[in-house]
Write a protein that binds this ligand. Structure first.
Ligand code: ARG
Length: 266
């Protein structure tokens, strides 16, 4: 009798051990999926913005497509914009934050092919506060001696810092740094006069605020966005370029721009 019970216990034990090892194995299998870290700064609609406690936007759609294609697990990290380019030190990390491809940044990271080429600096201002020229742009002269809010570390920040100098487009103006353009725009009329930021973000912010409008600043160059990878990480860069190429070809990026820009009117 005792032997029968012992046998039964043994069988049950064996089943438990088998089930446990299966469980551990499948957990390992999941862990094997490498993480793709995507560094971004979420105050930049329509490329990245918060919706509830989720970060969404065109760049996040691109990130999802890349992770899916590479069979990686996507982890989005929302950080200060000026820490992104210098912070891409891991082989499985990318910067996807509407980052303009510039020679300076190319010293620190490698960039993908451009995935958006229709960026240029805009100014956000109280409705009616600035007059447009014949080309429906704002002349730099109108920004002279003003306090210009910028997102710290952006191309807008760099341009303003250069142009506020003597002989510059907005000579005598002051650059005031903020964590992002949404925060800067909230400060118009109290901490700053106007905000300088990329076109679509400026239009989106103005569209969401009855008292603000946004227009292009005359005399500046167009900018293109690329994905930043660690310098020399050719394998990831080539894969990303191939995925971007296909997304562009399939019209996906245009589709996502439309989906995430609904409030923009031009
Ligand atoms: N295109 C500009 C730059 O590269 C602004 C990007 C801001 N991006 C953001 N996610 N906040 O400097």
């Amino acid at each position: 009798f005792l032997e029968v019970i012992m046998k039964k216990i043994l069988v049950i034990l064996l089943i438990i051990v088998f089930a446990c090892s299966l469980f551990v194995l499948s957990a390992c299998e999941k862990d094997k999926k490498t993480v793709l870290y995507v560094y971004t700064e979420s105050g930049f609609p329509p490329f990245e913005y918060s919706k509830g406690d989720e970060i969404v936007g065109v760049d996040i759609e691109i990130a999802k497509a890349i992770a899916k294609e590479l069979g990686m697990e996507l982890v989005v990290r929302d950080v200060m914009f000026d820490s992104i380019v210098s912070g891409i030190n891991e082989d499985n990390a990318i910067g996807l934050a509407g980052i303009t491809i510039t020679p300076d940044r190319e010293q620190a990271v490698d960039f993908s092919i451009p995935y958006f080429g229709d960026a240029i600096q805009y100014v956000i201002y109280p409705k009616g506060a600035l007059e447009l020229n014949d080309e429906l742009m704002i002349e730099g002269d109108l920004l002279k001696n003003k306090v210009l809010g910028v997102q710290t570390g952006t191309t807008g920040d760099n341009i303003v810092q250069v142009e506020v100098k003597e002989g510059g487009l907005f000579a005598g103006a002051t650059a005031k740094g903020y964590d992002n353009a949404l925060i800067a725009a909230d400060d118009i009329g109290s901490g700053c006069d106007y905000v300088v930021i990329d076109r679509l973000t400026a239009l989106q912010i103005a569209a969401a605020n009855n008292n603000l409008e946004a227009s292009q600043i005359a005399g500046l160059d167009a900018e293109s966005y690329g994905i930043a990878v660690k310098k020399g990480n050719k394998v990831l860069l080539n894969a990303i370029n191939w995925i971007l190429h296909n997304l562009l070809e399939e019209g996906k990026i245009d589709q996502w721009l439309e989906e995430h820009s609904e409030s923009i009117e031009e």
